[in-house]
Design a binder for this molecule. Structure first.
Ligand SMILES: Cc1cc2nc3c(=O)[nH]c(=O)nc-3n(C[C@H](O)[C@H](O)[C@H](O)COP(=O)(O)OP(=O)(O)OC[C@H]3O[C@@H](n4cnc5c(N)ncnc54)[C@H](O)[C@@H]3O)c2cc1C
Length: 399
């Protein structure tokens, strides 16, 4: 027999689980499915060792979903964004510029949390929400849509009738493909290493991006561990170089990190394994189809620069939640799907184009272009109104 839910969420990654909490807290009945059971222990095989820096606008959405109170005790605040250009002949810092949150308001830019911990706390919140069911170990298999509803067959053979399919099933989104929505992809030949380190110099809630070539080397504050300062690192380089770095013995890897970080936090000690992520940019041709809305990486993938990826996804989610709550009887109908596409596609395309440009600037190898990059950063930073506008745009406060 068919099972009925207001919303079926395909995908229980960080985006899908957040969507389940947000939509469940808004009063809709939600089923969330994912073939991969979530790993909720940072030391376990398969744990997602990335961290997510939630930017200011994310907090109210997480509060409304009943998530923020659970996350707050584990979050490291980001007060300053430091950009270091180390693009000269020697791998040393030649230009350092600090963007300070206090220039544009009272709050920090954002708060950083490990992804495995996000999954743990989101599952705990889902346990408390009667409106939400999460079925790990089960995926979506096929989709049939009609003007009035959608029918989804799951891998366990069950059939779901729903008003809205929310595709949060990642960059190769099976539901996006089933809905016949294409996507444009840019490949950079680049990969990222994600891991955590400890260091003798406190981070003082400063997030630091070091640019030389191949992509940024980003240190993002984590809460202290065993009384010592810790940071999460995302290190982007050409793919072959990342593969080489990932295989280096720990001592040699730590020496390479020290050089690439320009020693800004002193010698870095590796605390976790090194996880490798291919870097692409991708935007779906549309944000929605009949009874299907795309969100997060199903709709847009961007290189991890400026903490934009999941924060754009929360922008998608806020828009969907607001449209659904404003007109619950129209959940998933043609008008809602059209309104969602119109509200998000331009913003997402523009933001992805901006991040693509920043990534290409950080990748460059030629010395004269690296010099131009440093000069541009210096000039943009020097003009206070431009600096403040860049900070607000980065937060998503201005499109
Ligand atoms: C190195 C790195 C660092 C990053 N740092 C940040 C940051 O600081 N801030 C930020 O905002 N963003 C950041 N991002 C981006 C952020 O991590 C991603 O946007 C986010 O994790 C993507 O989440 P997602 O849920 O869309 O996709 P995924 O995590 O890929 O989840 C998709 C889920 O769908 C499931 N699935 C697949 N097929 C099916 C099916 N048939 N049925 C049901 N489920 C299915 C998969 O099993 C998976 O669990 C970073 C990304 C990288 C690579």
């Amino acid at each position: 027999m068919d099972q009925r839910y207001d919303i079926l969420i395909s995908g229980g990654g960080v985006a899908g689980l957040t969507a389940a909490c947000v939509m469940g807290a808004a009063g809709f009945s939600v089923l969330c499915v994912d073939p991969a059971p979530p790993v909720t222990d940072g030391g376990a095989e398969g744990a997602d060792l990335r961290t997510t820096a939630f930017l200011q606008p994310a907090r109210s959405l997480l509060e409304e979903a009943g998530l923020w109170a659970r996350l707050d005790p584990h979050a490291a605040a980001l007060q300053i964004m430091r950009i270091v250009d180390a693009g000269g002949a020697e791998p040393t810092a030649r230009l350092v510029r600090d963007f300070e949150a206090s220039d544009i308001g009272d709050l920090p830019f954002g708060w950083n949390l490990p992804n495995w911990l996000l999954r743990r706390e989101m599952l705990a919140r889902i346990e408390d929400l009667d409106s939400v069911t999460f079925r790990p170990g089960t995926g979506t298999e096929s989709l049939l849509t009609r003007e009035t509803e959608a029918f989804v067959r799951l891998t366990d053979g069950s059939r779901i009738r729903t008003k809205l399919v929310l595709a949060a099933d990642g960059r190769n989104s099976p539901m996006r493909q089933a809905a016949g929505i294409g996507a444009k992809t840019i490949r950079y030949g680049q990969k990222a290493l994600a891991f955590a380190v400890s260091h003798p110099i406190p981070h003082e809630n400063v997030s630091t991006e070091v640019h030389r070539s191949g992509g940024p080397f980003t240190l993002v504050p984590l809460p202290d561990r065993d009384g010592g300062p810790c940071s999460a690192i995302v290190w982007m380089e050409d793919g072959a170089e990342v593969d080489r770095l990932a295989q280096l013995p720990v001592e040699a890897f730590e020496a390479s990190m020290m050089e690439r970080s320009t020693g800004i936090l002193g010698p870095l000690t590796l605390l976790t394994r090194r996880s490798v992520w291919p870097i692409i940019s991708q935007v779906a041709d549309r944000m929605s189809g009949q009874r299907v809305a795309l969100m997060a990486e199903a709709a847009h993938v961007v290189p991890p620069i400026g903490a934009q990826g999941l924060n754009m996804s929360l922008g998608d989610l806020r828009c969907l939640r607001d449209l659904a709550v404003a007109r619950p009887a129209g959940l998933g109908d043609r008008q809602m799907m059209e309104d969602y596409h119109n509200a998000r596609h331009g913003e997402v395309t523009l933001r992805a184009a901006g991040i693509d440009m920043l990534n290409r600037a950080s990748q460059i190898h030629a010395q004269p272009l690296r010099d131009l990059r440093a000069a541009t950063l210096g000039a943009l930073y020097g003009a206070a109104p431009v600096r403040r506008m860049l900070m607000q745009m980065g937060l998503g406060a201005k499109g």
